[in-house]
Every structure is written in C-alpha cells, then in structure tokens.
Design a protein around this ligand. Structure first.
Ligand code: NAG
Ligand code: NAG
Ligand code: NAG
Ligand code: NAG
Ligand code: NAG
Length: 474
C-alpha cells in the first residue's frame, strides 16, 4: 500500500497500461443440427455472416456444411463423433483416412481451427473413455503427416460432471477414477501440443437443481451480493465464473496451471417443462446477453485466471426439434429455424458497444434486464447504488483495474490525484473504489460495469472513505 502514490506521471502510466484489460475473449456458436426444419447450410452461413458471427462449432464433419463454410472466413471447430473413437484409437490408418477425407479435403478454404475428439466422452453410455487419448494421439499424428498440426488443435469437450468437487470453486477436483486413466494423459497431451481443454458448462443445470440455494441473479450475471470462496477469499459475482474456476482449480491440483481452456458449450433454454425452473425467454436473453457482454467487454477472465480471456461457444444456433429429453433440450437456440431471433441478444463487440450508447427503450432484453429479486440492489431507487473495490482482490488486480477504469474506461479520476479532494485516504482500495464507482455511474450502473474481474462489487450505501464524496450518477 505504501508504494502506491499518485504522481504527475499517473496519467502517463494509465495510458501505458490501459491495455491490461483490453484483451477481449471470443464468442462462437454451436451449430447443432438435430432437427428436420433447419435452413440449408448455405443459408445458415449467410445468417451467421449477417449477424457478424465468425466462429462456429459443429458436431461432425458434414460435407455440405463444410463446403458451405468455405471462403466464409468463419472459424470452425469440427468433431469426430464418439462412435468413431474406438476406430480412431485402434487404427492409425483409420485416423489418417478420416483426416484426409474430413479435414484436409476442406482446409484451408474452410477455416478449420480445431477437432473436438468425441463429446462428453466420460458420460458416453458406451464406455468409450479408454479410447479417447489414443484417438487424440492418432489424429494428431495424422495432422502432422499433413503439416496441419500447428494450424489445427486437437481437444475433447468434457462435461462438468467430470468434477468430483466444484463448490467452493477453490476445492475443484476431478473424479478420482478419471484422473490417472484419462485426465492426466489428456492434459499432458494438450500441454505438449499447445492445445487447450474444452469444457461444456451449464449454470442452468446447477440453478434449476438447486433453486433453494442458488440465486437466479447470480446464475444470470445480474447484480447480486456475490459469493466469497471460503478457500481462497476470491469473490464470485456469477455462477459461470465459479464453475469455470472449479475446473481451473481441478487442473491446478494436478499441476496443469499452464493449460488454457475454451468453453465449448454454455447456454440457457428459452422454454422448459414445468419443473425446469428458470427456463424461459427473459432468463435465456439475460444469461446469453450478459455472458456475451462479459466476454466481449474486455473485463478479463475469471477470478482465478483474470488474464485469460474467455473464449465461449454458445449453445446453440437453432432450436432443434428432434432432440430427445425434456422440453428445454429443444429450446436452447438463439434462432428459430425461420432465422428469426428467439430473443434479442448481442453477438458481436460492435453490438455490445452500441448498446452502451443506445438508450434502453423498454424492449425485451436489449440491455441487461433488471434484477428479479425483490430485495436486490438494482431495485433500489435510481442512483442509489455505488461500486466499491473488493479489498481481497489483491493489489495487483486492483491496480490493473484502476488503470483500466481511469484510462480506457473513461472514469473521472482527477479527484484521486495528489492534492485533490479524494486523494486521502491514500490507499489502493480507496482510490480503486473511487475509480470503479465513477466507471459504474458513467455506465449507468449497468450489470457487469461493477465487476472488474471480481475486484469490485455493488453497495447500497454511500461509500465512506475520509471526506470523499462518491458521485451517484451523471
Ligand atoms: C478474417 O477474419 C479475421 C479474424 O478472424 C480477420 O482478422 C480478417 O480480417 C478476416 N479476413 C477477411 C478477408 O475478412
Ligand atoms: C469422414 O470420415 C468418415 C470415416 O472415415 C467417412 O465415413 C466419411 O465419409 C467422411 N466424411 C466425408 C464427408 O468424407
Ligand atoms: C453404442 O455402440 C453401439 C455399437 O457400436 C452403437 O450401435 C450405438 O449407437 C452406440 N451408442 C451410443 C450412444 O453411442
Ligand atoms: C464399461 O467398462 C467397464 C470397465 O472397463 C466395465 O466394467 C463395464 O461393464 C462397461 N460397461 C459397459 C456398458 O460396457
Ligand atoms: C424499442 O425499440 C425497438 C427497435 O427500435 C422497437 O421495435 C420497439 O418498438 C421499441 N419499444 C418501445 C417500447 O418503444
């Protein structure tokens, strides 16, 4: 704390470090096709382009789809279905032929960036787990023979059910029986090949099964009081971050801190059965919209890995009418088969930026929806919430967040300069609180504007730091 002084070079430093939070993540969409009423792949590619979507993920290597995507400049994750795992594992020539027929044939005109080898393999009723890593290795060898190993990554999406513990996040661990047979060999392979772990994460499932203990606002990235992880003191303001960090903690426990992650599926259903509490259009719009805002606003990664940008594939592009299971399964789509949006949701950085300058006119979900909780702070009278720093976030994180808020973020930080009204108390927490609050108020107290990767939270009482007055609105 003593080292922190505001000098004349303050603003110079701000300008230099304003890029600390500038790395935004990426949004893609899963193009599932378990339906009999979807537009042709050509039309789908046009739809993606018209909405500025530049990354998709497939569940196979369908030739009409891969051909339609040629020269579109849309990045594609393809998949080797679980049914082919045993063949790909047992026979290098099968893998070679598959890569030849399904990858090399289309690349590079179709911008294939990764192969998802199987999907949620550990919960495949056909017991294909033992084939997974051998299949990944054979496919990698096949890519290598074609000099594609540095352009195309090999990974495999795991479900959150691979975790033994996920709460609190810091206690995250993989299921014991998976660790030696598959988790460690797979993470070793990902590390050696410069690839990343693929994770499918659905806060909806956790919420709908535990509505008594998980608040809807927490699940939907809305304003809420958050949860402090009792293991490491980090504050979580949404369930998504908490789920992702449980996986990071599980990786960390096995000393795989250096392996990155991509969220290959997440979403929220716009309709569900009566007992699927939380399913619905407004909630789906809030979840997906707030997630996209979170990922594309450059507010950093999760509390455990604040510098890793979040790369996320939403599930899914369309409602899929032939999916079995509860009603929700057929209602994860962002679009109806007729190409209309199911609800309004931003999909690009331009749309996210645009929202900030476009006044909300009451139309559904154009902006973060207000809280659903009667007691929630966002229901307080306009102007009656403030943003303050989380003292537990750590100096480095606070400093980076101040730099961002005062620099690129456009907060008014003159009052915390040496000699100004809010310089005292001269502590990082007090200065961060002033800067965060200014940023928050300037952004109209929008959901997500008081987060800073968990370094900030909303309060309903005027913050007290010396004689400093905290503005309530602009
Ligand atoms: C293709 O997409 C990349 C980003 O993925 C972008 O940088 C590049 O400009 C695009 N190229 C064309 C021709 O649109
Ligand atoms: C992809 O590979 C599989 C397995 O070798 C093959 O049956 C299939 O025809 C290939 N797909 C295409 C589009 O060539
Ligand atoms: C399980 O394996 C059998 C035989 O290979 C196959 O017919 C069936 O489709 C597989 N089921 C799943 C869920 O993959
Ligand atoms: C799955 O594999 C385990 C062990 O390899 C075996 O005990 C079990 O019977 C298998 N289950 C099925 C459905 O094949
Ligand atoms: C909000 O704006 C949209 C798009 O301009 C418009 O279609 C809608 O009618 C407006 N809603 C209200 C309540 O004014």
């Amino acid at each position: 704390m003593a080292a922190f002084t505001v000098s004349h070079s303050f603003f110079f430093l701000l300008l230099l470090s304003a890029s600390a939070f500038a790395d935004t993540g990426m949004i893609g969409i899963n193009y599932g096709r378990i339906a009999n009423n979807l537009p042709t792949p050509d039309k789908v590619v046009a739809l993606l382009k018209s909405h500025g979507v530049d990354r998709i993920k497939l569940y196979d290597t369908d030739s009409t789809v891969l051909t339609a995507l040629a020269n579109s400049n849309i990045s594609v994750v393809v998949a080797l279905p679980n049914e082919l795992l045993s063949s790909a594992a047992g026979d290098q020539s099968f893998a070679d032929n598959w890569v030849q027929a399904n990858i090399s044939k289309y690349y590079p005109s179709t911008k294939i960036e990764a192969i998802a080898v199987g999907n949620e393999v550990f919960v495949d009723p056909n017991n294909t787990t033992k084939f997974l890593v051998p299949a990944m290795k054979n496919l990698y060898n096949s890519l290598k023979k074609n000099q594609l190993d540095s352009s195309i990554k090999i990974s495999s999406p795991i479900a959150l059910s691979a975790l033994q513990n996920s709460y609190p996040s810091s206690s995250g661990s993989f299921k014991t029986e998976l660790i030696e047979p598959v988790i460690k060999p797979m993470l070793d392979f990902l590390r050696q090949t410069g690839s990343y772990l693929m994770v499918n994460a659905y806060p909806f499932f956790a919420y709908t099964a535990n509505t008594d203990v998980i608040s809807l606002d927490y699940a939907l990235f809305k304003e809420n009081s958050g949860n402090v992880d009792s293991g490491n003191g980090l504050k979580y303001t949404n369930l998504f971050d908490a789920q992702i960090d449980a996986v990071f903690a599980a990786m960390s426990a096995l000393n795989f801190n250096d392996v990155k992650m991509v969220i290959t599926e997440t979403g929220w259903p716009s309709a569900g059965d009566e007992k699927e509490v939380g399913a619905g259009e407004d909630n789906a719009a809030a979840y997906n919209g707030n997630l996209v805002r979170r990922v594309l606003s450059g507010s950093g990664g999760t509390p455990l890995r604040p510098k890793d940008p979040l790369n996320v594939y939403l599930f899914a592009l369309f409602n899929e009418n032939q999916k079995p299971g509860p009603t929700s399964e057929r209602n994860y789509g962002l679009f109806y088969p007729n190409e209309q949006k199911v609800y309004v949701v931003p999909l690009t950085q331009a749309e996210v930026e645009n929202e900030k300058t476009t006044p909300v006119n009451g139309s559904k979900s154009q902006a973060p929806a207000p809280s659903s909780d009667e007691n929630d702070v966002s229901k307080a009278k306009v102007g009656q919430t403030w943003c303050v720093a989380n003292g537990k976030a750590g100096d480095e994180k606070l400093q980076k967040a101040i730099d961002y808020a005062c620099g690129e973020g456009g907060a008014d930080c003159r009052p915390i300069q040496d000699g100004s009204t809010c310089y005292d108390p001269n502590t990082l927490e007090a200065h961060a609180s002033y800067a965060f609050n200014s940023y928050y108020q300037k952004n109209s107290r929008k959901t997500g504007s008081c987060d800073f990767g968990g370094a900030a939270y909303v309060v309903t009482q005027s913050p007290r730091y010396g004689n400093c007055e905290f503005p309530t609105g602009y």
